[in-house]
Design a protein around this ligand. Structure first.
Ligand SMILES: [Zn+2]
Ligand SMILES: [Zn+2]
Length: 216
């Protein structure tokens, strides 16, 4: 779990870090290990919590994650928690702690808290009319695997994964009316419908600076 300075609320102009700066802070605080410093930033980028361009900053998804953690799970984002977790992992690698002991003492209470957190998140009515029945409002609900959007109407089966996971680009899908989002595959970023489980609308990202030629 990556520590975010608790004083740093994203509503204030936050201090931006360089990649080297992030690694330096991790070293100072005992978060991560030399083997993971370099990949941590990559992992955060790959999971769409932060973006590198134009400079390193949190995505909408990253900000939402921090908000939820700050409000519901403050212990988790304390740097001592992560540093302590690293110490336990070190103990396991040295054979001073068994995996089973670790899992029961540390990980399982964590998963229990996580389930409670998910249960405590109230469905949230969105300011968006269902694009399928055009009759009821959409609602955001939370499951173990993240948020999703459903239609309020019991008789309507509209469902899509939550665009919060991806950054909305402020346009709606010309085929179904759901918001368009920026997604990522191993070939790079692209625009797709947020209801991509049911709607296969996709378009490339118009890049201003450079065009990548498709190698494969
Ligand atoms: Zn509906
Ligand atoms: Zn669509």
């Amino acid at each position: 779990v990556i520590k975010v300075n608790p004083e740093q609320k994203f509503t204030e102009p936050p201090r931006r870090y360089s990649e080297g700066g992030i690694v330096k802070i991790m070293e100072e605080k005992g978060i991560g290990r030399p083997s993971t410093y370099a990949t941590t930033v990559d992992t955060l980028v790959n999971r769409n919590y932060i973006t590198r361009r134009p400079s390193i900053k949190p995505t909408l998804r990253g900000k939402t994650a921090v908000d939820i953690l700050e409000n519901s799970f403050p212990v988790l984002i304390q740097e001592e928690y992560t540093a302590n977790l690293e110490l336990k992992l070190d103990d396991i690698s040295r054979g001073n702690l068994t995996k089973a002991t670790f899992l029961t003492s540390f990980y399982e209470p964590f998963m229990g808290k996580l389930d409670n957190l998910v249960k405590s998140l109230k469905p949230e009515k969105l300011d968006e009319l269902c694009p399928k029945c055009h009759n009821k409002t959409l609602v955001r609900k939370y499951g173990r695997y993240g948020p999703y959007i459903v239609c309020e109407s019991k008789g309507c089966d509209y469902k899509r994964s939550d665009a919060i996971i991806y950054d909305q680009i402020g346009e709606t899908c010309p085929e179904c009316g759901s918001p368009l989002v920026e997604r990522k595959s191993k070939y790079g970023k692209f625009i797709s419908c947020s209801d991509y489980k049911n709607c296969d609308y996709k378009k490339p990202i118009e890049t201003k600076t450079r065009k990548k030629s498709k190698a494969t």
